[in-house]
Design a protein around this ligand. Structure first.
Ligand SMILES: [Zn+2]
Length: 456
């Protein structure tokens, strides 16, 4: 009804009612999304039939850049925990800290302040829901890998007698369904709605908190998931559930796996995650058009992998074939190692025709894997226990990525994070407040300020 009223108001230009609309803040973090990712996505998305390179949704709303360095004790290169704590609480801390300062004192987050002020709150991620970024909004822990403790705190901690979240979507069965604690059962017994499949998103009601866990740990890569646009689907449901007549909401959305693709130097997976993120931002653009009293901010916590759009001194980057990828390199490698495939079947997996050199690389990788496995098999049991069993899948995955990097001429300088600044993209109400060069901590400080209008 509210939506109907407000759209009538837009038509009739009745400003008074529009002013009374509650203010919503949607903070989107694309983990690992340095500038090479947004640029790469522009070329990935380019229509080869037109002369111009089309602008992306990210280009359209770019307002600034943010520095990402952590507290001095951790140098200039941040991890996702310190990066997310800067964005959630507005402070610099040590790498690994979940909403705690360098002295290990908990610091209040924007999500907690929002809950304190009576707003609804939510988090939608493609990692497990207790991973570093969402945890830095919802929990306090001295170390990001204390996954069970972080999950427990989601159930045990209260603000004004309520859970900290009204909506929580992502992965994480193994942390919420355990021998020592059955967190899903504990929550449902307190009236929380629980779903474990994307198809059930539409069944949720907005009068009770909702938990959706869709995978054991993180969700599958966008490329391999049953719904390639799962972040956009979950975000759409979250905005519908959080909308309320009296108060606004604070929603965290994380494209968690841009970072994971970066760590594994996987350009196919990276661009597919960026594509899901772009769909999510396009949805939010249409949402803001209908719900103008909403602020959307998108940034990254850091860049990952040292992604380079053109390697080896050659002046070319050719991402077109990435758009046709049907599977992640890991899934392609799984099929190749499972049985001996004809060349045509391998071409089908890559969705392009491999040349002789590329086929030779695959043969060399499967031979190498077979040799390593045979050598391992010959070892005594004791010697076997001392080392990891060679994984054919791992060896072939590396080769699949090498072939795709070679075709596209993609380069990587690291398996970790890098210290470059990251883009800030903002639209909707108060978007201008996020313009220019900001420090990551400034973003949280500005969100805290926006929340002050809800104080009463
Ligand atoms: Zn990372």
């Amino acid at each position: 009804m509210r939506k109907l009223l407000s759209s009538l108001c837009v038509l009739a230009a009745c400003g008074a009612t529009a002013k009374e609309q509650p203010h919503n803040i949607i903070m989107v973090i694309a983990d690992g999304m340095g500038p090479a990712y947004t640029t790469g996505y522009r070329y990935y998305n380019d229509d080869p039939k037109t002369k111009e390179v089309e602008a992306t949704i990210f280009d359209k709303y770019l307002v600034g850049m943010a520095s990402t360095y952590p507290a001095p004790v951790s140098g200039y290169v941040t991890d996702s925990a310190a990066g997310a704590t800067a964005l959630s609480a507005g402070i610099k801390t040590y790498n690994g800290a979940i909403a705690m300062d360098v002295d290990k004192n908990p610091v209040e987050t924007v999500l907690e302040r929002a809950k304190q002020y009576g707003l609804k709150t939510g988090a939608v991620v493609t990692s497990q829901v207790n991973h570093a970024t969402p945890a830095s909004y919802l929990a306090h822990n001295e170390y990001r890998r204390n996954y069970n403790e972080i999950a427990d705190s989601y159930v045990d901690e209260r603000i004004n007698g309520e859970l900290k979240f009204d909506v929580l979507f992502g992965g994480g069965w193994q942390y919420f369904i355990r021998d020592d604690r059955q967190l899903v059962k504990e929550l449902t017994s307190q009236g929380v709605q629980y779903i474990d499949a994307y198809q059930q998103l539409s069944t949720l009601k907005n009068d009770k908190p909702a938990l959706g866990l869709f995978a054991d740990v993180g969700l599958p890569h966008a490329l391999d998931d049953s719904n390639r646009y799962r972040l956009s689907a979950m975000t759409k449901t979250a905005t519908e559930l959080l909308a309320s007549q009296d108060n606004g909401y604070f929603l965290l959305v994380e494209a968690s796996q841009v970072d994971w693709a970066g760590h594994s130097n996987d350009i196919s997976a990276a661009m597919a995650e960026m594509d899901d993120l772009a769909k999510t931002i396009e949805y939010l653009e249409s949402y803001v058009a209908q719900t103008p009293n909403t602020t959307v901010i998108l940034t990254a916590d850091h860049s990952t992998g040292g992604l380079t759009l053109a390697a080896h001194g050659e002046y070319k980057w050719q991402p077109a074939l990435l758009r046709k990828q049907l599977h992640s390199p890991k899934v392609i490698a799984e099929s190749i190692t499972k049985q001996k495939l004809a060349k045509s079947a391998i071409d089908k997996l890559f969705n392009f025709e491999l040349n002789e050199d590329e086929i030779a690389l695959i043969t060399a990788a499967t031979d190498e894997a077979a040799e390593k496995l045979a050598a391992y098999q010959k070892l005594s049991e004791e010697a076997q226990n001392k080392q990891r069993k060679p994984s054919a899948e791992y060896i072939v995955t590396k080769t699949v990525k090498k072939i795709i990097d070679g075709r596209t001429n993609t380069g990587w300088t690291s398996g970790g994070h890098t210290a470059v600044d990251v883009p800030i993209i903002a639209f909707g109400k108060y978007a201008d407040k996020f313009e220019g060069h900001l420090d990551n901590t400034d973003i949280a400080k500005k969100v805290f300020k926006l929340l002050e209008q809800h104080r009463d």
